[in-house]
Design a protein around this ligand. Structure first.
Ligand SMILES: [Zn+2]
Length: 149
């Protein structure tokens, strides 16, 4: 295959948006998702971009923002089922978790100053310390509510 065609094909593949099957308040939706790098996690594209910008700005101040693990950002239906089975006190009902909408991150609060930094600066990036799902209040759970205007 001529090199030019190969380059064009690879470029086209990289430009195709990644999608994931999500749920918003019980309704199945196809989400455009982007990586937030750690643990292979993804989020809805706008939330991912805001997270990545926030993470980079925090890093410039010596603060590490990272999810707790591979199930700490976007979750599939199956992942939420597993989470609910393992942690019925905390996890939201299946297909009603903001994690399935791709707008929530459970943040690793063992990182120095991560919580203080997020509480102070998160809202400037649209990230808020709350749970819209009705699950028990969790200090590590942050949700993207849209960029501030
Ligand atoms: Zn959470």
């Amino acid at each position: 295959m001529p090199l030019l065609i190969l380059v064009i094909l690879v470029g086209a593949i990289l430009l195709i948006p990644k999608t994931a099957e999500g749920f918003v308040r019980g309704q199945a939706v196809t989400l455009q998702v982007e990586s937030i790098e750690d643990f292979g996690c993804v989020l809805r594209s706008d939330a991912a971009r805001a997270w990545n910008e926030m993470k980079s700005d925090a890093a410039a101040e010596g603060v590490t923002l990272t999810p707790k693990g591979p199930n700490s950002a976007f979750r599939t239906h199956e992942q939420q089922e597993t989470m609910l089975a393992e942690r019925p006190d905390y996890a939201a009902q299946v297909d009603h978790s903001p994690h399935q909408a791709g707008i929530a991150v459970d943040v690793d609060l063992t990182k120095s100053r991560a919580l203080d930094w997020l509480l102070t600066n998160g809202p400037d990036y649209g990230w808020h310390p709350l749970s819209s799902s009705g699950a028990k209040k969790e200090p590590w759970h942050f949700e993207f509510l849209g960029a501030p205007t």
